[in-house]
Write a protein that binds this ligand. Sequence first.
Ligand code: ADP
Ligand code: MG
Length: 201
Amino acid sequence: MSSSNITWHEGQVSRVERAQLLNRKPGLTIWFTGLSASGKSTIASALEQHLLHRGVSAYRLDGDNIRFGLNKNLGFSPEDRTENIRRIAEVSKLFADATNIAITSFISPYRSDRASARQLHQEAGIPFVEVFADVPVEVAEQRDPKGLYQKARAGEIKEFTGVSAPYEVPETPEVHVHTDRSTIAQAVEQIVAYLEANNLL
Ligand SMILES: Nc1ncnc2c1ncn2[C@@H]1O[C@H](COP(=O)(O)OP(=O)(O)O)[C@@H](O)[C@H]1O
Ligand SMILES: [Mg+2]
């Protein structure tokens, strides 16, 4: 159901002007995608720390954490996954609009959902940097830091990405990190190099 009788109320300060007034760069969203245990949360957290130490206002929105609160009423059906991503796209856009670097780490398995998140940002003129945390499913399964693959194989978790639910690989991510070949620090370096090369820091 969508609301009627509502009108967008424009503020007095544009996105770029807000950044100038705060003596910062305008914000953006760094969108991690990848299998469970691919390293999204680990790299996102290291990246956030790195950026904060550089004086950049970075803020992480993490899959599991958001499901404790904002999205606690959502499960893992295709519809709920889509709604999960839709809300995160909206929230990350708000953070980015407020001159932060929003860093999201959600499996976000569907290409169409990621495309919607990207479009939402593009329409607002906010850069969207998709980072593919790529790892063979066998490696993710060996890591299994939360024991989820084991549960999924035992049939205790239904619709588990990579086991019993699909993961649609990004075709043209801005950054592609291979977490079975590079260290956490190297992945952070690779992302920061992209941001610097594109004048986003
Ligand atoms: N190069 C690497 N990059 C990221 N994580 C790695 C790497 N090598 C090993 N790991 C481990 O893999 C696991 C990834 O888990 P996590 O970051 O929670 O994944 P996700 O958020 O994608 O589900 C962690 O236990 C992490 O320590
Ligand atoms: Mg995670």
